[in-house]
Design a protein around this ligand. Structure first.
Ligand code: 5RP
Length: 214
């Protein structure tokens, strides 16, 4: 069964606790938190204090997506405030092997993310060291964008590579996911759908989740 993570990027931040409680009602698998630094991506979002506050009010596992340069500087901090999955970008790391083992040493599941145009071949040598691969399906930075269909081929490659090499990383997609694109990604072997505006802006969030799970 495909898992769902709700991205809080487009949520009502003045009422974040209420939003978290609403997400809990929807019975999803993760809360997806996009950490942006204004350098790796053109937007600035959440820091470790917000992650700590969210951890205090929910038991839903936190899938923390670091869209930042020099993520190695912040692994210990985000692990200490309760990240369960800690994902870094291939494009942002000089010493990726070290960063992934640092994440593991701090008790989190290591995730590796790539932007839509990054060559999938470049991450293959790391795939036996990660718990999750996150394929960005929009250019990272902002919620509410349109799903980039060219990324589907990478999902198929990741799925095939996993079974050929007897690996067990999860495949996650992030960006432009709705009931239609979610289904297409699930059919291509995706395990986790990170969903933002489709859920957050839905008039009926329960119905939106049912549609996603169909
Ligand atoms: O990380 C993102 C952008 O950088 C994603 O787009 C966001 O997490 C999900 O938002 P949406 O579902 O609205 O595209």
């Amino acid at each position: 069964m495909t898992k769902i993570g709700i991205s809080i990027l487009s949520s009502d931040l003045l009422n974040l606790e209420k939003e978290i409680k609403s997400i809990e009602q929807s019975n999803v698998d993760y809360i997806h938190i996009d950490v942006m630094d204004g350098h790796f991506v053109p937007n600035i979002t959440f820091g470790p204090d917000i992650v700590a506050q969210i951890k205090r009010v929910t038991n839903i596992p936190l899938d923390v997506h670091l869209m930042i340069n020099h993520p190695e500087k912040y692994i210990e901090t985000f692990a200490s405030v309760g990240a369960d999955i800690l994902t870094v970008h291939y494009e942002a790391c000089d010493q990726l092997d070290e960063v992934l083992s640092l994440i593991r040493r701090h008790g989190c599941k290591p995730g590796l993310a790539i932007k839509p145009t990054t060559n999938i071949e470049s991450i293959k040598k790391y795939l036996d060291k990660v718990s999750l691969v996150l394929q960005m399906t929009v250019e990272p930075g902002f919620g509410g964008q349109t799903f980039i269909e060219d990324t589907l081929e990478n999902l198929q490659v990741l799925n095939q590579y996993r079974s050929n090499h007897h690996l067990n990383y999860m495949i996650e997609v992030d960006g432009g996911i709705n009931n239609i694109t979610g289904k297409i990604c699930a059919n291509a072997g995706t395990d986790v759908l990170a969903v933002g505006s489709y859920y957050i802006n839905a008039l009926n969030r329960e119905k939106a989740i049912q549609e996603l799970k169909k």
